[in-house]
Design a binder for this molecule. Structure first.
Ligand code: FAD
Length: 589
């Protein structure tokens, strides 16, 4: 079509005359489906074809465990979209049961196999997006693939597990792996009335949490009847008459009616590797911040790609739905000429474990130290909302920061209501590069049913400011052994003080501590040797903080315990249980 404007002749191509860009997407769930929808919103005329190996697109991976447990009853609720709804809404050609089996970057083709008919064909592309996700890690162990050994990734896996449960009514389940999927499945199988054991080589569940914070998760799992066999390595699986055994390295086999393998995920990236794309850590695809791979016009997103960790700057794999969705959108933006960039992942996550909520963001203390950072932390136990308003619940919050700079590095929170809100505030603060002391200045919403005038996040900031200003010095659980050894000497060089009430002290205390309740401390301060440093504890850390200030005001060197007695009791109890527990073997059935 030609039109005139003054002397110029403008050639205006109609939409139909313009060459339609063709985008092929491998994988039609979190990253792939998001990319397809965004592409369509940006380019009404592009040809968009999505190949999905499974029989479903845009399914709710995160909801799969809850279908098995019956919380989600309608299987249709698991599929957010269908190929038909995607075609109607977005004019996207979603082809399920189609596996891309080879990439030809030179000729810009992919080879596709129709898994129903067996037919193979080539599909050309102008731009290609890889969003193949990650598959359950399947170690080369004897018995992987047995009928009673399940993994959970797709809707089909879910239906297979559900059908087995409905048909055979298993009474016992052993889950290898105590990460998100293992723990969610444990809860859901337990809700069905099964005896559930989680086996895990590390001595804790849920790696995003430090061992001390994981102790609270362990306690909740045990409270609801889950057996934890921590510190045990799986060596294989063996069919028995009507069930299956999990073989362990240093313990008797565990016998069960079904086993789930949930020890982690591995990027599903063989196509990219075989096509010669540059790879990142642990078999992931290397991409730049526009989500471009090393091959021209090929993008990759989601669980399959390597990301930069926002806090440590390290190369990382973070398999979560949020990053996959954002990266899908960013790939689509760049294909359509918008220069969006992915700024990195910080691993913000939240999980329901029976009645509690456990959430984390950034790095924990263990990871930060492994990354070479000098760190400190505070632990507090605030109420979810004002104490005088009914229904408030305690949460345990650990905030990790860099020692010299006070840069906020990460947070972990375990509790009930309000955990998700606080973790998101902290995630935002980390993303914004805030100092940990800035938390005290955040202007957060307050009314008694929701929070306190000093929100838990503000409280963490106050505590960290007190450390920076030298108003408070902390002592930590890993110093306790040395302190107690010191107390065995005839004239110990320290004093250990418990500032709780006599009643609390009588119900449980740490050997070596003397009890002077906070409210009596001023009157009884002369009972404490002013020449010796005083290590103080109370139930939550608040009264011991006040005690430290009284002591400091009277010339004592005082240290406040990071965590409080409630924290100490949970962590120590957990350690004792882990050390004493032997998995209940085949003769326990
Ligand atoms: P996926 O969403 O896994 O999609 C990849 C798709 O690609 C798959 O459907 C696969 O069949 C297809 N595919 C692979 N190769 C090919 C090929 N060659 N040809 C055609 N198709 C192919 N994250 C959270 O943040 N919160 C949660 O609560 C949470 N819960 C989860 C629970 C479960 C049971 C699972 C399995 C995952 C959970 N996740 C959760 C993780 C989250 O689902 C993933 O991080 C996210 O889906 C990754 O998106 P993706 O697009 O990279 O891969």
């Amino acid at each position: 079509m030609a039109t005139t404007k003054g002397d110029d002749i403008l050639i205006v191509k109609t939409a139909r005359e313009r060459k339609r860009m063709k985008v092929v997407i491998v994988g039609g769930v979190a990253g792939g489906a998001t990319a397809a929808a965004r592409l369509r919103r940006l380019d009404e005329h592009a040809e968009i074809v999505v190949f999905e190996r499974s029989g479903y697109v845009s399914y709710a991976n995160c909801g799969l465990p809850y279908y098995i447990g019956g919380t989600i009853e309608d299987p249709q609720a698991l599929t957010l979209q269908t190929p038909e709804s995607f075609l109607a809404r977005f004019n996207v050609d979603m082809r399920v049961n189609h596996e891309v089996i080879e990439l030809y970057p030179e000729s810009k083709l992919v080879r596709v196999k129709n898994l129903i008919t067996g037919e193979e064909f080539d599909e050309a592309y102008d731009k290609l997006i890889l969003s193949p996700g990650a598959k359950p890690t399947q170690p080369r162990l004897p018995g992987v693939g047995l009928e009673h050994v399940f993994t959970l990734r797709t809707v089909e896996d879910t239906f297979r597990m559900k059908e087995f449960i409905d048909r055979t009514h298993p009474r016992t389940a052993v889950i290898a792996g105590g990460g998100f999927i293992g723990l969610e499945l444990a809860e859901n199988l337990r809700e069905l009335g099964m005896e559930v054991t989680i086996v895990q080589r590390p001595k804790q569940l849920m790696k995003p949490f430090d061992p001390d914070m994981a102790a609270f998760i362990h306690a909740e799992a045990r409270k609801h009847g889950i057996t934890l066999a921590l510190g045990h390595a799986v060596e294989g699986f063996r069919e028995t008459g009507d069930g299956v055994e999990m073989l362990l390295k240093d313990a008797d086999p565990l016998s069960a009616d079904m086993i789930v393998l949930a020890i982690g995920v591995t990027p599903d990236t063989h196509l990219a590797k075989e096509a010669g794309l540059e790879m990142g850590i642990k078999g992931s695809i290397l991409v730049n911040d526009h989500m471009e791979t090393s091959a021209p016009d090929i993008y990759a997103v989601g669980d399959a790609v390597q990301v930069n960790h926002l806090v440590t700057g390290e190369e990382s794999l973070i398999s979560l739905a949020g990053p996959a969705n954002k990266q899908g959108r960013i790939a689509a933006d760049n294909i359509c000429g918008l220069k969006s960039t992915y700024r990195g992942s910080q691993g913000s996550s939240v999980i329901k474990v029976f009645d509690i909520t456990a959430a984390s963001t950034g790095v924990n203390e263990t990871v930060a130290r492994a990354a070479g950072l000098e760190v400190d932390h505070v632990i507090l136990s605030p109420m979810s909302h004002a104490g005088y308003y009914p229904g408030g619940k305690l949460m345990t919050m650990k905030v990790v920061f860099e020692k010299e700079t006070y840069r906020l590095l990460g947070a972990q929170i375990i509790g009930y209501e309000g955990v998700d809100k606080r973790i998101d505030v902290l995630a935002t603060a980390i993303f914004a590069g805030m100092r940990a002391t800035d938390l005290k200045d955040l202007d957060l919403a307050y009314a008694p049913p929701y929070s306190s005038a000093k929100d838990p996040v503000n409280m963490a900031g106050f505590m960290i400011e007190n450390i920076e200003e030298g108003i408070v010095r902390q002592w930590y659980l890993d110093q306790l052994d040395a302190l107690q050894i010191e107390m065995l000497k005839p004239d110990p060089a320290v004093t250990l003080l418990d500032a709780r009430t006599p009643g609390e002290f009588a119900r449980g205390s740490i050997p070596g501590f003397v009890n002077i309740p906070l409210d009596d401390l001023r009157d009884r301060i002369n009972e404490l040797d002013a020449e010796k440093p005083v290590y103080v504890i109370c139930q939550s850390g608040l009264r011991s903080y006040v005690a430290c200030r009284i002591l400091a005001g009277n010339g004592y060197e005082a240290y406040n315990f990071a965590g409080g007695y409630r924290y100490y009791e949970t962590v120590m109890h957990d350690r004792a249980l882990i050390e004493s527990a032997r998995p209940c073997g085949a003769d326990c059935r």
